[in-house]
Write a protein that binds this ligand. Structure first.
Ligand SMILES: [Zn+2]
Length: 321
């Protein structure tokens, strides 16, 4: 009898132990991100395909100032499961993701934080500075990621406007032209920059086609020539901090034949009349002394911080809300 009771108790303990093990195993499987017990459902399969996305591909920072910086071409993540783009350029802008974060670090020392939208996925897979067709080259796998990137920019712009009434947008890139300087793209080509520099003030025709058009429309006191090549122009402020830039007071427009990027899809999109409280520019940074080492990125970020804060002060003192 005693033996029987002993074995029955042992058997019951075993059963309870096994039950606990099975429950634990089930919980471990369920916590692995994907719920394997989820029943098959055609709709969820379809949205899964459109939502082909990995959080590590995009990095964002929510800011506390009216500055939104995107860096679309500095990503290095290159999954083999995604085909390379077979249209357009695939050149990477080396160290621009790192540069964007150094700018954030420098501003944070003054308790300011810019909004950042930084691509970690390589440009060979998707180009975040093109319309969707050119960005994906028809690869539907990349459509959701492209939309996410732009959704994050829009959310940042919205947050800045809600808090400050406006947003300055910068699309950060890297160039490797022979002349080592920052190329500031205001959506104006060299002849228009030259014409503006030689003019006496606001040229209404040029003013409506620049990435500063919303700023000019809102503020009668601001003059395009001053904003591009005056004492308070962003290029002039950077130049005074030791970083040559075009356009600026000393280098008002690219000279005959010099290659120059005047701004791409993102700059056009986010400074258009669809975003009437946004103005900005594309910055194409040279490599040497700006992006090439951590030490130089930190130096540049400090100079950038001083210049952008002076520039925003100047804008705000003239901004008619
Ligand atoms: Zn680029």
């Amino acid at each position: 009898m005693c033996k029987d009771v002993f074995f029955k108790t042992l058997a019951r303990k075993c059963m309870i132990f096994c039950l606990l093990c099975v429950t634990a195993l089930f919980q471990v499987q369920c916590s692995g991100g994907k719920n394997i017990a989820e029943p098959f459902n055609r709709e969820s399969k379809l949205s899964e395909r459109h939502a082909f996305f990995d959080d590590s591909w995009l990095e964002t920072v929510r800011g506390n100032m009216p500055l939104v910086i995107s860096a679309p071409h500095g990503g290095t993540i290159s999954p083999e499961t995604i085909e390379d783009r077979d249209c357009g350029t695939k050149v990477m802008d080396n160290n621009t993701a790192e540069l964007a974060f150094e700018i954030k670090n420098a501003l944070e020392q003054l308790d300011k934080r810019p909004h950042l939208i930084v691509a970690r996925l390589a440009r060979t897979k998707v180009d975040f500075n093109r319309n969707m067709e050119q960005a994906t080259c028809g690869n539907q796998q990349m459509e959701y990621t492209w939309h996410q990137y732009h959704k994050y920019i829009e959310e940042s712009i919205d947050a800045a406007i809600k808090e400050f009434g406006y947003a300055m947008y910068i699309d950060l890139h890297g160039q490797s032209h022979a002349v080592k300087r920052l190329e500031l793209g205001y959506l104006l080509r060299a002849p228009a920059l030259q014409e503006n520099f030689k003019s006496t003030g606001n040229d209404s025709e040029i003013g409506t086609s620049t990435s500063l058009q919303n700023l000019l429309e809102n503020n009668q006191r601001l003059i395009l020539k001053e904003l591009l090549t005056g004492e308070n122009a962003f290029g002039t402020l950077m130049e005074k901090s030791g970083y040559p830039a075009v356009p600026s007071l000393d280098d008002p427009f690219p000279k005959g034949g010099e290659p120059y990027f005047n701004g791409g899809y993102n700059t056009r999109r986010y400074t258009s009349s669809d975003y009437p409280k946004v103005f900005g520019m594309q910055i194409e940074a040279n490599f040497t002394d700006v992006r090439d080492s951590e030490e130089n990125r930190i130096k540049f970020a400090n100079a950038f911080t001083r210049s952008v804060l002076d520039y925003l002060n100047f804008i705000e003192s003239n901004w008619e809300y």
